[in-house]
Design a binder for this molecule. Sequence first.
Ligand SMILES: [Zn+2]
Length: 333
Amino acid sequence: MKKLFFGALLALVISCNNENETNSPQNSIAEQSDATANKGAFCGSDIVRQKLLSEDPAAMQRMLQLESRTADFIEQKKLGRVLADGSVEIPVIFNVLYTNSTNNVSDARVNSQIDVLNKAFASTHADVSSIPTEFQPVNAGDTKIKFRLVQINRKSTTKSRWAPDDKMKKASTGGVDATDPTKYLNIWVVDYMPYQSGYVLGYATFPESSGLWNDGVVMMDEYVGEGGPIATHNKGRVTVHEVGHYLNLRHIWGDANCGNDFVDDTPQQITLHRGVPTYPKYESCGGVSRSVMFMNYMDYSDETTLFMFTQKQNDRMQATVSASGPRAGLRIL
Ligand SMILES: [Zn+2]
């Protein structure tokens, strides 16, 4: 259909160019001769584009945005901010809101969190050997997404109970303002986030919030880095889960009964898992029984059991951090 439209438009333009000429047999022969010699031939792409841009303001906006992102990418490449092997290194800012020395997580814990993120996203930790043979072919391996700690901001506060309402992200509401969220992954650390009858151990914004004042991840201090006080969750992998959301991954069960996570290589499962399920675990969705991937970072299993992303999950994350993606601004400095 597009080709037909393009051909018709091209014919119209050619006929307009020739409108002052007599349509004599001689001219017709001359035109054919020009065509054979490729004289008078031109590409119509810009003609078609200019028509679109003059008629559709939204298309004009998309074009301007695209050019802006392209220029940004070229500038980043010139400055060496895109690594030679195609990987990106995301600069990370920690904003720690502490009430005592226990929840003022140490530099060592923060550094261990960066190390856990890098190992998780490169699939270089020891638990890779525990990925079932069945799932090894879809293991993401090295996602080429890396993390580097840039700064730890610390603020003493008397407020120990927070809600997942972003107040910790603004100085005016007792928190710490984000460091430019278009360029940095901000991770806020708070003491406790009670929610309904339980609590929220962490939460992240998805890429539709890219660059907004509240963009980033919030964690309860216990879940930051390695060596925290909760034995089942002291490996820094809840933060890996939250950063997965930040990079546009959904929960593996699709947040519904037999839901959809928009990832083809994660088997559909009924709902979330807790604890340490026994492999293989079969679940039936739509009448089809499948061995489910409860060891995926985007499930809820204990951290000892969370140790893989899939290749298709990585595709979504790559789309997010690519030069044309919503988080293209996250690069090493
Ligand atoms: Zn989650």
